[in-house]
Design a protein around this ligand. Structure first.
Ligand SMILES: NC(=O)c1ccc[n+]([C@@H]2O[C@H](COP(=O)([O-])OP(=O)(O)OC[C@H]3O[C@@H](n4cnc5c(N)ncnc54)[C@H](OP(=O)(O)O)[C@@H]3O)[C@@H](O)[C@H]2O)c1
Length: 249
C-alpha cells in the first residue's frame, strides 16, 4: 500500500516542491493552503493521487475541522508536514504585521500540529514534521516576530518529542537557512540562497531517516553552529553590517 502524506502550505515554495518530490516517491497526498487554484495547478503535475483542501490556518476552529475532514477522506495518513508560514520585513515594528506573523506561524502551527498529534495517537503511530527556521536561533531587528515564532515552533516540537517518545510517533524539526522561494523574492541580503529542490531533497532524506532536528541545506548547519557560539554583541554587529551592506546594493 502506498504511503500517504498531508502538506499544509503546499501552494508554493518548499511545500509545492515537497509535494512534487513525495509524489515521485509514490506518496498519495493531501494538499492544503488558501490559494486553491495554485493547489489545482500543482495537482495536475503530480503522478500520484491527491486531494485538495482550502484551509486558512489562522481560522483555528475551521482549520481544525477541515484538516480532520481531510484525514478521514484520505482514510489513513502516515506523515503530516506543517510548512505554512509567513515572513514580513517589519523594521518599524508595525503591530498588525507582528500579530499576523504570530497568527500564522504560532497559532496556525499549533492548531494544525494538535490535530496531527491527536490523530497519530489515535492510530498508534505516525510522523509529524514542522518547518521551523535557522532564524529561530537568534533575534532579528528586521523581523522580531518571525524569529521568535520559529523559536516557538522548534521548542514546541522538542516538547512534543518528549511527550510522544513512547507513542511510536516521530517528530522532525526542519530548520532551513535561506531557500529560493517566493517568500524571499525581492528581499535584500539573500546570503547563501539555496535551490528549493536541493533543500527539499534534504528534508525528505531527514524524514526517511526519522531525524529529530535538521538544518537544510547542510551548509546552513555550519552557520547555525557558529551563530549559537557568538556572543550577542558580536552577533548583532555582524548582522547589522550584513544588512547595511545589502541595503547599499
Ligand atoms: N524560504 C526560506 O528561505 C525559508 C527559510 C527558513 C524557513 N522557511 C519556512 O519554510 C516554510 C515555507 O516557506 P516558503 O519559503 O516555501 O514560502 P512560500 O513560498 O511563501 O510558502 C508559504 C506557504 O505557506 C502557506 N500559508 C501562508 N499563510 C497561510 C495561511 N494563513 N493558511 C494556510 N497556509 C498558509 C502558503 O499558502 P497560501 O498563501 O496559498 O495560503 C504557502 O503554501 C515557512 O514556514 C517558512 O517560514 C523558509
Amino acid at each position: 500500500m502506498s504511503k500517504k502524506a498531508i502538506i499544509i502550505g503546499a501552494s508554493s515554495g518548499i511545500g509545492a516542491e515537497l509535494a512534487r518530490q513525495l509524489s515521485c516517491l509514490g506518496y498519495e497526498l493531501g494538499l492544503v493552503a488558501r490559494r486553491t487554484q495554485l493547489l489545482k495547478d500543482l495537482q495536475k503535475t503530480l503522478s500520484t493521487k491527491s486531494l485538495i483542501k482550502t484551509i486558512d490556518v489562522r481560522l483555528v476552529d475551521d482549520a481544525k475541522k477541515q484538516l480532520q475532514e481531510l484525514i478521514s477522506e484520505m482514510q489513513q495518513v502516515d506523515l503530516i508536514i506543517v510548512n505554512s508560514g509567513i515572513w514580513i520585513a517589519n523594521p518599524d515594528l508595525d503591530l498588525d504585521f507582528e500579530i499576523e506573523t504570530i497568527k500564522v506561524n504560532v497559532l496556525g502551527f499549533v492548531s494544525m500540529i494538535n490535530v496531527a498529534v491527536k490523530y497519530f495517537i489515535s492510530i498508534g503511530s505516525g510522523h509529524i514534521v514542522g518547518i521551523s527556521s535557522i532564524a529561530g536561533l537568534r533575534g532579528s531587528g528586521r523581523s522580531p516576530s518571525y524569529n521568535a515564532s520559529k523559536a516557538f515552533v522548534s521548542i514546541y516540537m522538542a516538547g512534543l518529542r518528549q511527550k510522544l517518545s513512547t507513542n511510536n510517533i516521530v517528530v522532525t524539526d526542519i530548520r532551513p537557512g535561506l531557500v529560493d522561494t517566493p517568500m524571499v523574492k525581492g528581499r535584500k541580503n539573500n546570503f547563501w540562497l539555496q535551490p528549493v529542490e536541493k533543500a527539499v531533497h534534504q528534508i525528505i532524506s531527514a524524514i526517511n531517516n526519522k531525524r529529530k532536528v535538521v538544518y537544510v541545506t547542510k551548509r546552513w548547519g555550519l552557520i547555525a553552529f557558529l551563530s549559537k557560539l557568538l556572543p550577542e554583541a558580536l552577533y548583532n554587529y555582524i548582522y547589522n553590517k550584513q544588512i547595511s551592506k545589502s541595503l547599499k546594493r
